[in-house]
Write a protein of this length. Structure first.
Length: 309
C-alpha cells in the first residue's frame, strides 16, 4: 500500500465500526508460534528462574497463557526491576531480547535485584506480527485505569502488588518500516483520519518520560547500545518520529497520559527502547543484543546510583 492509496478497510474519513474491526481481524494470519518461540524458552528456564503464569488470553478459539520470569529466591529486602517485551507483538527483538537477557544475564544480578521479566505481553499479536490485539486495540495505549486491552490489564495486575518497589523498568520495543507502510495507515483509517506520511529513523533510540526524563540514565542506555548498533540521528527538523531530540538518541513522551507500558510503575529509572530491525546496518542478532545491552545498562546505572556499582 502507498501513502496515496486508501487503506483497504473502512470508509475514508469515517471511524471503523465493529464490522470493520471484524474484517480487519479476518485478514490476520498466524505467521509464527508463541508456543515454540516463547513458551518453550520460558519452560527451559525453570531450573534457574521461577515461572509465573499470570493470566490467560482468549480470542475466540485462540487461547494464550501469559508467562513471566522471576528471580529465584526472591528477597523482599532487594529493589525490584521490571523488563517487558512484546507489548507490541510484531516488535520481535523486544520478545527475544527479553528472553536472551533472562537466559544469559539474569544470574548476574542475583542478590542485587529482584527481577521480573514479562517477555511477550501480547502473544496473539506476536503470532500474527501485528501491533494491535484481536480487537484492533493497541495494548501500549491502554495502561490506564480505563484501559480496555486484556494484555495491558493482565500485566498491570501482575506488577500491582510490587508497584511501589520497582526502581527500574525497561520496556523493549522496535520501530519498523511496517510502521509507515501498514500500522500508521491502519490507525488513521481506524480513527477516520487522513494518513500523514512520516519518516522512520535509521537506528536505535529511547523514549523517556516527559514528566521525569532522567537524562543521565537515558544517556547511559544509549552509550551501552552504541557499542552494539548505531544510534538514530535526528531528521532535518531535529526530531525522531515527530518528537524533539532532547539529547543524542533520546526523545520524551508523556507516558502516563498516553497510557504507555513505561508508566505501569513509578520506577525512577524508566525507558522505552526502540530498535530498528529493518536497517541494512543491523542483523536480527544485533537487535537482540542491543535490547540486552539496554537492559544491562539500565540495571547497572541504578546499581551505581545506589552506590552498588
Amino acid at each position: 500500500m502507498t501513502s496515496s492509496s486508501p487503506y483497504p478497510i473502512g470508509i475514508p474519513g469515517e471511524p471503523w465500526g465493529a464490522e470493520h474491526v471484524a474484517t480487519w481481524r479476518q485478514h490476520q494470519r498466524v505467521q509464527r508460534s508463541y508456543a515454540d518461540d516463547v513458551v518453550t524458552r520460558v519452560e527451559a528456564l525453570r531450573d534457574t528462574l521461577d515461572v509465573v503464569e499470570y493470566g490467560q488470553l482468549a480470542y475466540g478459539a485462540d487461547t494464550y497463557p501469559l508467562f513471566a520470569l522471576k528471580s529465584r529466591g526472591w528477597n523482599d529486602a532487594l529493589p525490584c526491576a521490571l523488563v517487558t517485551g512484546g507489548v507490541h507483538g510484531y516488535e520481535t527483538s523486544g520478545v527475544h531480547g527479553a528472553l536472551q537477557f533472562a537466559e544469559s544475564h539474569a544470574a548476574d544480578y542475583a542478590g542485587r535485584f529482584n527481577l521480573l521479566v514479562a517477555p511477550c505481553v501480547s502473544p496473539w499479536d506476536y503470532e500474527r506480527i501485528q501491533r494491535w490485539n484481536a480487537n484492533a486495540v493497541d495494548p501500549n495505549r491502554q495502561f490506564r485505569a480505563d484501559g480496555y486491552a486484556a494484555e495491558s490489564a493482565a500485566l498491570a495486575a501482575l506488577v500491582a502488588p510490587l508497584r511501589e518497589r520497582f526502581v527500574v523498568h525497561i520496556d523493549l520495543h522496535e520501530t519498523t518500516d511496517s510502521d509507515e507502510s501498514e500500522f500508521r495507515p491502519a490507525k488513521a483509517a481506524r480513527e477516520g483520519d487522513a494518513f500523514e506520511p512520516g519518516e522512520i529513523p535509521d537506528g536505535f533510540y529511547t523514549v523517556g518520560d516527559t514528566e521525569d526524563p532522567q537524562p543521565a540514565f537515558q544517556a547511559a542506555v544509549i552509550a551501552a547500545v552504541a557499542k552494539v548498533t548505531h544510534i538514530a540521528p535526528p531528521d532535518a527538523h531535529g526530531q525522531i518520529i515527530g518528537e524533539a531530540v532532547v539529547q543524542p538518541g533520546v526523545i520524551n513522551y508523556p507516558v502516563r497520559e498516553l497510557g504507555l507500558c513505561a508508566g505501569v510503575t513509578p520506577a525512577r529509572w524508566r525507558t522505552t527502547t526502540e530498535v530498528y530491525p529493518d536497517s541494512p546496518r543491523a542483523t536480527p542478532q544485533q537487535c537482540n543484543d542491543a535490547q540486552v545491552a539496554a537492559v544491562r545498562a539500565a540495571l547497572d546505572f541504578a546499581l551505581a546510583a545506589a552506590g552498588q556499582g
